[in-house]
Design a protein around this ligand. Sequence first.
Ligand code: SAM
Length: 423
Amino acid sequence: MYKLFRHAHPFFDHSSTAVLLDVHHQVLVSSTSGSGAQNGVLRRGRLTIRRDEAKHVVGNILHMNVGDGEHSYSKHSLLQEIAIKKAKPVLEEAIKSMLRTGSAFPKCFNVVDLGCSSGPNTLLTISYIIDAVYRICQQEKLAKTPDFQVFLNDLPGNDCNTVFKSLPVFYEKLEKEKCGFLSSCFISGLPGSFYGRLFPNNSLHFVHSSYSIHWLSKVPDGLMNKGNIYMAKTSCSTVHEAYLKQYRKDFHSFLRLRSQEMVSNGRMVIAFIGRTMIDPSASRDCCYYWEILAKCLYELVDEGLIEEDDIDLFNVPIYTPHEEEVREIVEIEGSFTIDRFEMFQINNDPRDNDTNEDFIFNEIESGKNASNYVRAGLEPIFTKHFGASVIDSLFSKYAKLLGENWLLEKAKNTIMVISLTKH
Ligand SMILES: C[S@@+](CC[C@H](N)C(=O)[O-])C[C@H]1O[C@@H](n2cnc3c(N)ncnc32)[C@H](O)[C@@H]1O
């Protein structure tokens, strides 16, 4: 049942093993083991790894493409930037209502951005939050804003260096634009999974997360999803059930953990990819781009570059929920009230004209743009599983096939934005 990978894992060089773990040391992507794995023990499909090694493995696999090179996340995060800009009114309204309904302005406003990644979006979000508080303080004729304590959270493998290097310019800009009225602002990186505790009890006023919590803590257990890498039209119903079960567990624990960390009347604004139809296989905004990516992987099988079994062992640890599923979990968990639930769509090619509903101007360019955006987020995972040598070929096939598909019907990402108040 378990297959020996041909790519030796860097942390298990005496066995052929490829794993993707979250900080609770659970396997995110497929787990395999050679017979003599000395650092890990395979028990019923789960690889238990000594704590010291697990720390390294986590961060080195799940992260966006680092730096600012051709395929970096920094260069290909326009889609996420559009989502942040569209969600801005929800964020501003949440901060306004919190500060206006709270008994007193906090002396220090404690904020976290969960899954901040690296690149221009990381500090864009923070500037929106600071601006919103700043404006309210001016309207309320306060002498100064509170101090800001800002935490930038992501998994330990995130490219924090790129973010930290951009901080001096950010601080300088803040000082220039808001001189005199802005109190101090302290920004720190916080490595760790948002599926674990990150803060002391009752310490956060505002939690933000954009384009991150559709990532699950792990690939659902027991998936039998031959021929696919996500929920697909040809997946049997147990696949959707398994994904939904994992999502329920993860999102429930995400809410429970944040509720412990947040002050009462604190606000949380989260944006993530969802889907418009309850049946995932009928949703063009949910499954279809993974189906196309699976087709490209099969072309690599035909070319003898990967094996079919490699695809069978691979499923993406992402879930794009339907509104009903999200509302149900918030209600069951019980710590938050939903103040706003917004949905909007963004073209899969973020450079495409937003007002153009159905027409593709240039399928080659559009396919490339969309493929680059997927590659910037998924390359590390695909490289670990399928090997670095097939990545260029995989994503150039993907660009071509996406473009050809959009000549038939354009596709969009559905973004959900929820604003919640902690009871
Ligand atoms: C597509 S990026 C979004 C980055 C940024 N918020 C933006 O809008 O551009 C998703 C980020 O979520 C992070 N992420 C995924 N699962 C996570 C987890 N369990 N804990 C913390 N960060 C996580 C990834 O490492 C990645 O950097």
